[in-house]
Design a protein around this ligand. Structure first.
Ligand SMILES: Cc1cc2nc3c(=O)[nH]c(=O)nc-3n(C[C@H](O)[C@H](O)[C@H](O)COP(=O)(O)OP(=O)(O)OC[C@H]3O[C@@H](n4cnc5c(N)ncnc54)[C@H](O)[C@@H]3O)c2cc1C
Length: 412
């Protein structure tokens, strides 16, 4: 039996690939929430399935695109060409080409030249061998200058990492620039991107995968019992559960996982105890009118604390607002909504509906290099790790699906 801990995209896609390879194998998924999908779980809006946080697919997300095809959702897929924009002082700027940067009014020509050289050097691999201990702030100031850092990079790091921004590795920024999200095609599903989760769930239930939702895992004993099984204690609607499984795969965030282990030292897990996570506030607002703003806007305006907003290409005029934080404060969601209304000059009567979600473990914080590749080499037979937690710098759907695919061989 294989027990998968967590019903996010990593856990669900793992069950999908396993049941393709070994049909009939007993597979169980344990998920604490009522709805599957984890960070990418969905909500119904106008009979479509929208993820609770903005989600788009990139052309380079080949594992996600293959899964979309396998689930027969390819006809649903459509692409929107968009440039990432930056909001400052009532204006939207794009900074995706040399021409864009040169026409940006808030930096001198000298600073713009410095910024362009820095970006080109990142793209062409000049900094690829950088030491993981070097922090983004120090590195960017050294390679550009303080004005460029404060004008462009500091707000972007603040959006993604809030007050933890000064600890972020320079390597993360370099890798992120290379993804070239600034000028790209963004993919969406007509039925809503949440339909990937919905289709996976239907498919897995049809194949006999035992999905137990509302099921909180409370303890895992990594010392196998006499029959060679791990013992998992969990609780669901029917009360306490004791599960015995000879293979377990965790997709849980590290902090959550390690807390559940009776004996983390035994398998060298303690080295991962300090991996921190960012938290995210996501608000979906359903407007009565379509806004004429770009798909993706990052906020560079220090008067506002909102991180970014995403004008979804949907008939329902949805906008996702996002802000990453290190801890949640009451009323944060209302604050970012009122900031957004100010930025877009909206009245309360323009909003049909709004929903706010708090994501407790949004992304592992790239403040330190963890040799996550070592995870699956930990000497504990039958214990595997999958999900965004296992791939440094790559925290998206595609990397979660890739990590699931990569684990299949070891599990069969
Ligand atoms: C705001 C935001 C926007 C994003 N936008 C994009 C995007 O546009 N494109 C993209 O590709 N990616 C995007 N991502 C990233 C993507 O959503 C994640 O990388 C991916 O969903 C992670 O999947 P996972 O299965 O590894 O982890 P998770 O989704 O975190 O799954 C882990 C599961 O384990 C469950 N769990 C945890 N503890 C327990 C327990 N004790 N008992 C039982 N169950 C438990 C959780 O409930 C969860 O369902 C975004 C993320 C955020 C936060």
């Amino acid at each position: 039996m294989i027990t998968i801990l967590g019903g996010g995209i990593a856990g669900l896609s793992l069950a999908y690939y396993l049941s393709n390879k070994i049909p009939g194998k007993k597979i169980i998924i344990l998920e604490k929430e009522k709805n599957l999908g984890g960070v990418c779980r969905y909500t119904h809006i106008s009979d479509k399935l929208f993820p609770i946080c903005y989600h788009h697919i990139m052309l380079s997300d080949k594992h996600t695109l293959k899964l979309v095809n396998d689930l027969c959702l390819e006809k649903e897929l459509f692409w929107v060409k968009s440039t990432m924009s930056f909001y400052k002082s009532e204006n939207y700027y794009t900074l995706s080409s040399v021409g864009d940067i040169l026409s940006y009014p808030n930096l001198s020509y000298k600073d713009k030249a410095v910024l362009i050289v820095f970006i080109l050097k990142c793209l062409f691999g000049f900094f690829d061998r950088i030491d993981y201990s070097i922090k983004a702030r120090d590195f960017i100031i050294k390679k550009t200058n303080k004005r460029v850092y404060l004008e462009i990079f500091e707000p972007l790091l603040r959006f993604k990492f809030a007050d933890l921004k000064d600890g972020i590795m320079a390597k993360w920024v370099i890798e992120r620039i290379k993804v070239k999200e600034a000028n790209s095609m963004f993919g969406f599903l007509r039925s809503g991107n949440g339909s990937i989760i919905d289709e996976l769930e239907k498919n897995l239930r049809m194949r006999g995968v035992n999905i137990i939702n509302n099921c909180l895992v409370k303890k895992i004993n990594l010392s196998k019992n006499k029959s060679g099984n791990f013992v998992i204690d969990a609780v669901n609607n029917n009360g306490e559960l004791n599960l015995y499984s000879n293979k377990i795969v965790s997709t849980f965030p590290w902090g959550e996982f390690i807390k559940l282990i009776k004996n983390p030292d035994e398998v060298g897990l303690n080295q991962f105890r300090n991996i921190k996570y960012t938290k995210a506030i996501s608000v979906i607002i359903n407007l009565k009118k379509k806004l004429n703003i770009p798909y993706w806007t990052n906020n560079l305006d220090s008067r506002f604390k909102i991180g970014g907003f995403f004008n979804y290409p949907s008939k329902s005029s949805l906008v996702y607002l996002a802000k990453y934080v290190s801890k949640f404060n009451k009323g944060d969601d209302d604050k970012i909504v009122s900031e957004f209304m100010k930025i877009c000059k909206l009245k309360s009567s323009d909003i049909r509906d709004k929903r706010a979600y708090l994501i407790h473990n949004a992304d592992p914080l790239p403040d330190n290099f963890y040799d996550l590749g070592q995870l699956n080499k930990l000497k504990k037979e039958g214990m595997f790790f999958v999900g965004i937690n296992t791939l440094p710098f790559k925290t998206n759907l595609d990397s979660a699906i890739f990590s699931a695919k990569s684990a299949v061989k070891g599990l069969i």
